[in-house]
Design a protein around this ligand. Sequence first.
Ligand SMILES: *[C@@H]1O[C@H](CO)[C@@H](O)[C@H](O)[C@H]1NC(C)=O
Ligand SMILES: *[C@@H]1O[C@H](CO)[C@@H](O)[C@H](O)[C@H]1NC(C)=O
Ligand SMILES: *[C@@H]1O[C@H](CO)[C@@H](O)[C@H](O)[C@H]1NC(C)=O
Ligand SMILES: *[C@@H]1O[C@H](CO)[C@@H](O)[C@H](O)[C@H]1NC(C)=O
Ligand SMILES: *[C@@H]1O[C@H](CO)[C@@H](O)[C@H](O)[C@H]1NC(C)=O
Ligand SMILES: *[C@@H]1O[C@H](CO)[C@@H](O)[C@H](O)[C@H]1NC(C)=O
Ligand SMILES: *[C@@H]1O[C@H](CO)[C@@H](O)[C@H](O)[C@H]1NC(C)=O
Ligand SMILES: *[C@@H]1O[C@H](CO)[C@@H](O)[C@H](O)[C@H]1NC(C)=O
Ligand SMILES: [Zn+2]
Length: 513
Amino acid sequence: MRSAIIVALAAAASAASTPASLLKRQYHAAKPRLTADALKAHITAENLLAGSQKLQDFADAHPNNTRVIGSPGHNDTIYWLKSELEALDYYDVTLQTFSLVAMVSGQINAVIIDGANTTAGLLEYSASGAVTAPLVPVANLGCEASDYPAEVAGNVALISRGSCEFGLKSALAGSAGAAAAIIYNNAAGGFNGTLGVPPRPEGEYLPTVSISSELAATYLDAISGGATIDATIDVTTVVQNTSTSNVLATTRMGDHSNRLALGAHSDSVAAGPGINDDGSGTVGVLEVAKALSKYHVNNAVTFGFWSAEEEGLIGSTYYVENLPANESSQIRAYLNFDMIASPNYVFGVYDGDGDAFNISGPSGSTQIETFFEDFFESAGVNSTPTAFTGRSDYGPFLTANIPAGGLFTGAEVLKTEEEEEMFGGEAGVALDICYHAACDDITNLNMFAYELNSKAIAAAVATYATSWEGFPARNTTTVSRRSVVTDQMRKRKQPRHHGHRHGGCGHVPKASQ
Ligand SMILES: *[C@@H]1O[C@H](CO)[C@@H](O)[C@H](O)[C@H]1NC(C)=O
Ligand SMILES: *[C@@H]1O[C@H](CO)[C@@H](O)[C@H](O)[C@H]1NC(C)=O
Ligand SMILES: *[C@@H]1O[C@H](CO)[C@@H](O)[C@H](O)[C@H]1NC(C)=O
Ligand SMILES: *[C@@H]1O[C@H](CO)[C@@H](O)[C@H](O)[C@H]1NC(C)=O
Ligand SMILES: *[C@@H]1O[C@H](CO)[C@@H](O)[C@H](O)[C@H]1NC(C)=O
Ligand SMILES: *[C@@H]1O[C@H](CO)[C@@H](O)[C@H](O)[C@H]1NC(C)=O
Ligand SMILES: *[C@@H]1O[C@H](CO)[C@@H](O)[C@H](O)[C@H]1NC(C)=O
Ligand SMILES: *[C@@H]1O[C@H](CO)[C@@H](O)[C@H](O)[C@H]1NC(C)=O
Ligand SMILES: [Zn+2]
């Protein structure tokens, strides 16, 4: 078998090249041959931790300790990724900038009902405001303008959850002149949710919070008995049009019509610095990009650091939707790494063949799942399938019928007894107790999982950048069915548990109705 170096030199010599491009090709061809073992050897816990510390420093350098989109800590992350990748002089590096409306911060200052501090949730995209006024119950489920009585004007609309979007209820209450809205649950307990990205044709959002069905029942009883219940709703939110960027880096070398793409998201939620979610994927993928630059590749590789994942996969969707058709068909596969160092980890592999969760990916997704399963087996550790719901940045790639796969060490779902046997750690405790919380900081990393998963990324990149042998050809039909499945999955409040299988996924988007 001829080595890749000889093939590349032969190509360079036979091409009708200018001296400059000939030199460049020879320079690239002179790089050593890529193997999985060689690339893995560059991945060290020390470098991963140093990268994570960098992200922690970006969050710490500014008020609110976050890397949420629109924050200076996130911008620092983007510029750092760009400069690290440019310094390698191996990739074409670009910032792909787009704008979106985001709630960059939000807090409840007080919810006092009938004189008592009340447990409430802040609906995402709620308006800011401080109101004290009587509660006025809304008829039915508040999905029609006619459900809102004249008395809501200037008062606090009390609306049941159900049947239509939270955003519609808030907007209709606003159009009816209410000063604030409370949406109460239609099942036991409280809930968190999103009003959805504004604007809505029905009107502007009010300051809007959620409460439990149990609390609401006591107020509704009292009001129907003739009492007046006063409520204070005091919330502060910042909802703004924000400009943000994906960072893209594609090898100059390699066959661009048989490209591998992989990525992680660069943003955190507002609550914290996001060092596991998804600082771990970001740094793991970056370390592999650095290592790869030392080698010759046969197939081009594109690294994507997606922005605004936490706002609804916005950066990766923008990337996929703006790919020219002739480039979309060149991407043979996409690999996603969102949370790879959870403190109470499992080695989760996206269930691309659907045998565990009955949601499979485009042809090729099975091969990627098998690749990672074999990787963990060779490393002498267990792995477990994790649902392939499209709830992280691979979702838009699936919609474009691009085969996908990836790794995930777990979020808010509790570890099962069986997972404790398979992976150690603690059953009955969340796989990441700091998921979407302030404590997702530099201490929230399991370094064993972090290092082994990053080596798995290296092994996959080395394999597919070398050859697609045994991998199915691209099906370039665009799928519409999957996005329907995905939307249904997104609306599910709780991740499913499938027997012993690991349920859940990187992100459980907030309910919108
Ligand atoms: C972050 O960068 C974007 C795009 O360049 C810019 O519009 C925004 O003002 C920056 N935000 C901060 C907080 O620096
Ligand atoms: C921090 O959060 C507060 C309130 O949530 C907000 O007003 C402020 O703008 C934020 N600061 C930065 C630097 O984003
Ligand atoms: C509500 O809680 C705040 C902060 O804990 C406290 O200062 C305030 O007095 C409480 N108000 C009522 C009505 O209980
Ligand atoms: C709603 O979100 C808040 C803040 O993240 C959290 O403390 C609370 O437990 C959540 N409530 C429910 C019912 O999920
Ligand atoms: C965002 O910008 C668009 C277009 O410029 C504008 O129509 C919209 O009102 C803005 N939204 C917010 C929340 O500022
Ligand atoms: C894709 O098509 C566009 C416009 O037709 C062209 O400019 C671009 O070079 C093509 N890209 C590739 C990779 O062939
Ligand atoms: C798997 O999903 C398909 C359609 O999405 C459905 O028809 C089938 O009944 C499901 N099978 C199981 C075992 O749930
Ligand atoms: C290509 O994908 C489409 C949409 O999922 C599917 O209907 C079709 O059967 C696929 N074709 C092949 C050859 O796999
Ligand atoms: Zn994430």
